[in-house]
Design a protein around this ligand. Structure first.
Ligand code: 6R9
Length: 692
């Protein structure tokens, strides 16, 4: 799309190899000033001196070992965790080639451990029981709470005991539909403690999406709360869960228990709708349970969690992660990519409903015994300075967020940032989509006072943890580049025939070989796992992203190359939005494409063909958008509905999305050859309706 070509042009301006650049203090030259070679941000020598990985040479030494001897490299790291019983031999086994049979990845098989034990008990045993595990910051100013590692363990154990008591056993699914209360990480850890498989559903999903996930994984219990306030708005989560459970029951999945946290700052208990016999108040029962709970020891390859994500077809995919490899990988990536030290205070703005919240709010940081900020509210409430207010309040040293937030705050002006001290900040992080160089620079110069390296971490729900990321202090950075692979990761860029490209190149981003944090299957559909990820380019894991490698070996992600769009860092399948639209009684057909959006990265642009005889109207537009909000969630609402008397199709009936993308972005002189269309006239009709 237009976004990627702009990024590519930027890339071509990078020349000098990092080794030849003198080690200045961190300086960024603006586009206008920079001679082409100077597009490098050199780490401050004082920063590098204290970093875990202080130089390109040190990185290369570690990286080379990780590739030449993965078993040795990862065993050394894994040995730093608590294992009830050590893994067997081999350390890992893999088949990533569909031509050689079933795709299969195993790490540390035979090793017996528990990730909750490693997050909590192990850190407490090391003397950190009184260290703050969670600083919780509520939606409203002045509403906050803290939990030490000891207190967190007590809370986790009470919930774990309760879950066991109602019959949740090792391997059972538990659905969690909670906002960013402390109870969300508590719930994840409680499941892990007893070997139950959590499936967190982002609390912005609609009842229909929640129900779909419940029917897929059939949990015994759903954990939720009655309501939450986000900014000035109260969201009645329990009502959404009620509708989802009614729906699931109709589809044959009856959930016995709905454990509901009373979030009384948002809604009193008395006003909460209640289903006797099924609904239980969290606070009423948990206090009755003991604050210690034996852990369920599990195999490294036993499942830890399911997380549904969007793909190019309508049905969300249940990405399954297992225990041992995920544990080792999230902890290690966290430590190195954020140069984590025990004195850090870490804040990741992601919600635990997404993979970033799993790996880098809960597991990665807590495995390191980190102090984590959990924020319930919205970054622009009461005003757009809230993030920096929180940074100052808790002396946050590592701040990890998404480019969409950076861009939206950037529009509000520097003063909302500079009125806060931000002296505690040491490292910044970015995730979810490519960060454009101007947002990178603003983040670096204004938020980080040109002092803090930015870790632009490229990864996916499927990868469990970072695959391509800067290691702060190790390399000079290039604004907008995710730089180099993490230890043990072999990214390859292939052409459309699957041939590996060397040197400076651009193509499809794949990965050769496995890494410990890789997902092991799609829940209940191993075949879809193989066809979606391993069949496009046999022998490799295919990420779905495009990537360019520049002459210095830096990686530049250029966005999805499949029918997935990335809106504010949220993955949305165009097919999901289309199927929601066509469920509207007046919609005959729909085609959805992504368009560049100044703040969200991509916006959702929908071409809609109405049922014969139905007139266009703004009310109908609104009602179509409402249908999508209701079926998927507000974050998937189309930004634009474009009336389409017909859609451009090939003679075999395939929608030509390439043409729709050009129309959506108004690149009308780049429509290309339209003569192969079944009805070339539809293109002119669409153009005529573009601004209606
Ligand atoms: C972690 C996460 C994955 C997709 C991925 C890519 C995009 C994520 C990125 C990035 C460029 C980065 N993406 N991080 N693109 N630079 N640093 O977001 O997981 O929700 O599964 O999305 O997000 O397109 O394929 P997930």
């Amino acid at each position: 799309g237009a976004g990627s070509s702009r990024r590519l042009r930027h890339v071509s301006s990078v020349a000098a190899p990092p080794s030849k650049v003198s080690r200045l203090n961190a300086v960024v030259l603006g586009d206008a000033l920079a001679s082409k070679e100077d597009d490098l941000v050199i780490p401050n020598p004082d920063f590098s001196a204290q970093a875990h990985v202080h130089s390109p040479g040190k990185y290369l030494e570690m990286y080379e070992r990780s590739i030449e001897d993965p078993a040795g490299f990862w065993s050394d790291i894994a040995s730093q965790f608590y294992w009830k019983q050590k893994w067997g031999s081999p350390v890992y086994s893999e088949n990533l080639d569909v031509r050689k049979g079933r795709i299969d990845i195993e790490w540390f098989k035979g090793g017996i451990t528990n990730i909750c034990y490693n997050c909590l008990d192990a850190n407490i045993a090391a003397g950190n029981g009184d260290k703050i595990a969670i600083y919780w910051e509520g939606n409203e100013l002045g509403v906050d709470a803290t939990l030490t590692y000891n207190q967190l363990l007590h809370n986790v154990c009470q919930l774990a005991n309760y879950l066991k008591d109602i019959g949740v056993r090792k391997g059972d699914a538990v659905v969690i539909y909670l906002p960013m209360l402390m109870e969300l990480p508590i719930a994840m850890l409680a499941c892990a403690r007893i070997g139950a498989v959590h499936s967190v559903v982002f609390a912005g999903f609609s009842s229909e999406s929640l129900s779909q996930r419940i029917v897929d994984c059939k949990p015994k219990v759903v954990l939720t709360c009655n309501a939450v306030k986000r900014g000035p708005k109260v969201i009645h989560l329990k009502d959404i869960v009620d509708a989802a459970l009614a729906d699931s029951a109709k589809n044959g999945t009856v959930v016995d228990v709905c454990l509901t946290y009373a979030n009384e700052s948002a809604l009193e208990k008395e006003s909460t709708k209640w289903v006797e016999g099924r609904d239980i108040w969290w606070q009423d029962v948990l206090s009755k349970y003991p604050t210690s709970c034996d852990v369920e020891w599990v195999d490294a390859e036993d499942p830890l969690f399911l997380l549904y994500t969007s793909g190019s077809t309508g049905k969300p995919k249940g990405v399954l992660h297992t225990t041992g490899g995920y544990m080792v990988y999230t902890a290690t990536t966290f430590k190195y990519a954020f140069d984590y030290k025990p004195s850090d205070v870490y804040w990741c703005t992601a919600d635990c409903g997404w993979i970033t919240g799993h790996s880098y709010v809960t597991y990665g940081p807590m495995l390191n015994g980190a102090t984590v900020v959990v924020f319930e509210g919205a970054p622009n409430y009461p005003d757009s300075g809230r993030c920096w207010d929180i940074v100052d309040k808790y002396k946050v040293s590592i701040f990890y967020t998404a480019p969409t937030l950076v861009r939206s705050l950037m529009r509000e002006g520097d003063e909302l940032v500079t009125r806060y001290s931000r002296k505690s900040l040491r490292i910044l992080g970015s995730v979810g989509e490519p960060i454009n160089p101007s947002a990178w620079r603003w983040f670096f110069n204004v938020v980080g006072d040109s002092r803090c390296p930015i870790s632009d971490t490229w990864w996916q729900t499927e990868t469990g943890g970072f695959l391509i990321t800067p290691l702060p202090g190790a390399w000079p950075q290039k604004p907008g580049s995710a730089t180099f692979p993490f230890f043990g990761v072999q990214p390859v860029i292939v052409d459309e025939k699957g041939a590996e490209l060397e040197g400076e190149c651009s193509g499809y981003l794949c990965v050769k070989g496995s890494w410990p944090g890789a997902f092991r299957t799609l829940y209940g559909d191993h075949e879809r796992y193989e066809t979606t990820y391993f069949s496009a380019f046999p022998g490799y894991y295919f990420s779905g992203d495009g990537c360019r490698r520049d002459k210095d070996g830096y990686h530049w992600l250029t966005g999805r190359v499949d029918d997935v769009i990335n809106v504010s860092g949220h993955r949305i399948g165009t097919a999901e939005v289309e199927s929601a639209l066509v469920s509207h009684p007046q919609c005959a057909e729909a085609a959805v494409v992504g368009v560049e959006h100044e703040v969200k990265g991509q916006g959702i642009y929908a071409f809609v063909t109405l049922v014969e005889g139905v007139p266009y109207s703004d009310d109908l537009r609104k009602s179509l958008i409402m249908t999508v909000r209701k079926q998927i969630g507000a974050f998937a609402a189309p930004d634009r509905i474009h009336w389409a008397p017909g859609l451009p199709k090939t003679r075999s009936g395939k929608i030509m999305r390439r043409i729709l993308r050009k129309i959506a972005s108004r690149q009308l002189d780049e429509l290309g050859d339209t003569s192969t269309l079944a009805e070339p006239g539809v293109v002119d009709q669409l153009i005529a309706l573009a601004d209606s």
